[in-house]
Write a protein that binds this ligand. Structure first.
Ligand code: GLA
Length: 404
């Protein structure tokens, strides 16, 4: 069995989406739009603390073939989750009105209508090669592809304007929070809609601004590996929300609006320790220590990247994993095993990525060592009785757009 999983080409995604649409609805779709999943390089559990994060858009995308209708009927079919179909009206798409996969597909229609955009019903076929449950933002990819399609067919195309894309990303976050009921921040949707080919996206969630940071991987003969541990991950089971509440509680106790202010007010470990001593218990202290040091690490990572110091980039990634594991407590045995095996096989750095509690790790690896790292991850997982990981060699891709 090959150790490598590859993303679909654009042509393959478009063909599959068009074919599913035509065989389901009996005519050709008006167009096809696609938007990517993401992997976060550094800065996890920071987006809801008004701090910075640094994702890349993946070559793995969700493709939506869509046509508007002249009535209110809405029909959606997907090949995801074993194949599903839903039919209702626009009015059915409301908080509590739809659930499961439909909430992610249909939620953007509700969010766009709320901003005053007039929609009618529509037919849509959704196909995806973003692995589901792998912590690679399959849900944001669906939302963003749908939002791109709907805005264009209903006369509000976003084009390349970052301002308009930022607004669309906010609509998708609202859809995820209020229709799908997942209390996530804005990292995933920004990565899907605002990224640039060959660059990481430095998103400052305090003001929504972005900078595109060149990834000098080829110059350094390095690549980014994503190891999907297949430990199933869900953000709706309360643990993610509990972390978010702890951060809000700690900020309130410290008299701050957000924990970003704690990071801005401290530059040394001593200052951080003094701040932590104002918190009533060890748990809140560890949660805040993760957030503040992770914000520091995003700066250090970005500076090391610009300086071409890739060993330091790797060390910062590995430090981030320890903080997510020990202080924020969002890692699991599968993720720790994958990080450990990647490092043992010579990766410059490795860390869990995204929300955690399962999902994937990301590793920075010399080109010459990728096969060794992949083989070691699989061997180590087998030795510990864990699922066989799926391994993706990824590049920093472009944001979502119309493809046909
Ligand atoms: C999930 C959420 C994001 C972000 C990450 C952790 O992916 O959807 O908003 O909070 O977890 O960084």
């Amino acid at each position: 069995m090959s150790n490598w999983k590859t993303a679909w080409s654009s042509g393959k995604g478009v063909t599959r989406a068009r074919a599913l649409f035509a065989e389901t609805f009996g005519h050709d779709a008006h167009g096809v739009w696609a938007s990517p999943g993401r992997v976060n390089l550094i800065g996890d559990h920071i987006d809801y603390n008004a701090g910075p994060c640094l994702p890349i858009a993946l070559p793995h995308r969700t493709y939506v073939a869509l046509s508007p209708r002249s009535d209110e009927v809405t029909r959606i079919i997907t090949d995801m989750d074993g194949g599903q179909r839903w039919e209702g009206t626009l009015a059915d798409i409301s908080p509590g009105g739809v659930e499961g996969w439909v909430a992610y597909c249909a939620g953007p229609a509700w969010a766009l209508r709320r901003t005053g955009i007039r929609l009618s019903g529509f037919d849509a076929a959704v196909v995806s090669c973003v692995p589901v449950g792998a912590g690679l933002s399959s849900s944001a990819a669906v939302e963003c592809a749908m939002a791109l399609a709907l805005t264009e067919v209903f006369d509000h195309p976003v084009g390349e304007s970052d301002k308009t894309r930022a607004h669309l990303a906010e609509c998708c976050v609202a859809a995820e929070n209020e229709i799908a009921g997942a209390p996530t921040g804005g990292l995933d949707q920004a990565a899907s809609l605002r990224s640039r080919d060959g660059h990481a996206l430095l998103l400052d969630t305090s003001d929504g601004s972005v900078r595109h940071i060149a990834l000098p991987l080829t110059e350094h003969q390095l690549c980014v590996l994503v190891i999907d541990t297949r430990a199933s991950h869900s953000l709706g089971d309360g643990q993610y929300g509990a972390r978010r509440s702890s951060c809000e509680q700690a900020a309130t106790i410290l008299g701050l609006r957000t924990l970003r202010e704690a990071a801005d007010a401290t530059t040394t470990r001593e200052e951080l320790d003094a701040l932590l001593s104002c918190l009533p218990d060890d748990l809140l202290q560890r949660r805040v220590r993760h957030v503040v040091t992770e914000i520091w690490r995003v700066s250090e990572f970005t500076a090391a990247l610009k300086a071409g110091d890739m060993n330091r980039v790797g060390r910062v990634m590995t430090g981030s994993h320890a903080s997510l594991r020990d202080d924020f407590e969002v890692s699991v045995a599968e993720l720790d095993t994958a990080v450990e095996s990647a490092l043992q096989a010579g990766a410059l750095g490795a860390r869990m990525t995204g929300g955690g509690f399962g999902g994937s790790i990301v590793a920075l690896v010399d080109d010459a060592k990728i096969d060794t790292v992949a083989a070691k991850a699989i061997k180590q997982a087998r030795a510990r009785g864990l699922p066989r990981p799926r391994i993706h060699l990824v590049t920093a891709g472009a944001s979502g757009r119309r493809l046909a």
